[in-house]
Design a protein around this ligand. Structure first.
Ligand SMILES: C[S@@+](CC[C@H](N)C(=O)[O-])C[C@H]1O[C@@H](n2cnc3c(N)ncnc32)[C@H](O)[C@@H]1O
Length: 274
């Protein structure tokens, strides 16, 4: 496997560690512990993020009728991956998984297997270079871009710095998708965590700090510019103009007890391209 450096913490493997998985190395666990020491609710936030992913995929297939997914920042396979949730409702769903961690791609190829009716493909790609993802033949082979696609950017854009122009990244990807396509995006934030924890996360040095970029609710809202937010209650039933807390987005009884807002501190939503 080329490009795999197990001595440097990686977001996919650290997330796997927080979720109780086994696909992680000493450097990932060390970084995961250092972050959790300063942000003890990060594990609750990670679990809530998975529940949001599951609810949003179900909603896209069942309520909006979109059956194609471009899932960038796939993560190491765990329970309820995008294609499993989607194909359980409609086995004809098609998914292109994209990640920049070679370990994710190796595991994904082995474990993320499609129904015979639908399709799953995997691409090693970097969300910061969206043009390369869009030009890859795997995209055209897997997805029909004349039909709506769900662009999944779940817990990935907080790894993209302002220097890499995250808003241009999302706009470039959405521009390539037809009307009726959806953006599913979640993004961790220091907005709701206690001030002294946020201060430690910002001021102290610890492994994994440099790759993470917290954004405020207003900054996360800007990813949804020009889209209509779906599935969110708003004033007078008109829908909210801003993404909300992921734990509150169409939560169902199967998702368990609602955690405190400060424990989640992750903004997200589902937006539809007009
Ligand atoms: C926190 S995990 C989220 C996984 C999954 N989307 C979820 O929400 O459960 C972040 C994923 O994004 C991937 N990632 C981080 N930076 C990336 C980049 N620049 N391009 C593509 N993938 C990236 C990591 O390898 C990891 O698999």
């Amino acid at each position: 496997m080329t490009g795999l450096d197990t001595t440097v913490p990686h977001s996919a493997r650290r997330y796997n560690y927080w979720l109780g998985g086994k696909d992680n190395f000493e450097a990932d666990r060390h970084s995961g512990d250092a972050i959790a020491e300063r942000w003890p609710d990060i594990i609750t936030a990670a679990r809530e993020n998975r529940l949001f992913l599951r609810r949003s995929v179900r909603y896209a297939v069942r309520h909006v009728g979109v059956r194609q997914f471009l899932d960038i920042g796939t993560g190491l396979p765990t329970a309820d991956n995008t294609h499993q949730v989607a194909q359980a409702i409609d086995p004809f769903c098609r998914i292109l998984y994209v990640d920049n961690d070679p370990l994710v791609l190796t595991h994904a190829r082995a474990l993320l297997t499609s129904t015979p009716e639908g399709g799953c493909a995997y691409l090693e790609g970097d969300v910061r270079v969206p043009e390369k993802i869009l030009e890859d033949p795997a995209l055209q082979e897997t997805l029909d871009l004349s039909q709506p696609v769900v662009l999944m950017l779940v817990a990935v854009m907080h790894f993209v710095s302002d220097a890499d122009d995250p808003y241009r990244v999302v706009a470039t990807l959405l521009d390539a998708l037809p009307s009726g396509s959806l953006l599913v995006l979640s993004h961790a934030s220091y907005d709701l965590i206690p001030a002294e924890q946020a201060a430690r996360l910002i001021e102290e040095d610890y492994p994994g700090k440099e790759g993470f970029h917290s954004r405020t609710r207003a900054e996360v809202s800007a990813f949804f510019e020009g889209l209509r937010l779906l599935g969110q209650p708003g004033p007078a039933g008109g829908g909210s103009r801003r993404p909300g807390l992921i734990s509150e987005w169409r939560r169902g009884p199967e998702d368990g007890q609602v955690p405190p807002r400060s424990a989640v501190s992750t903004w997200g939503g589902v937006g539809r391209k007009p």
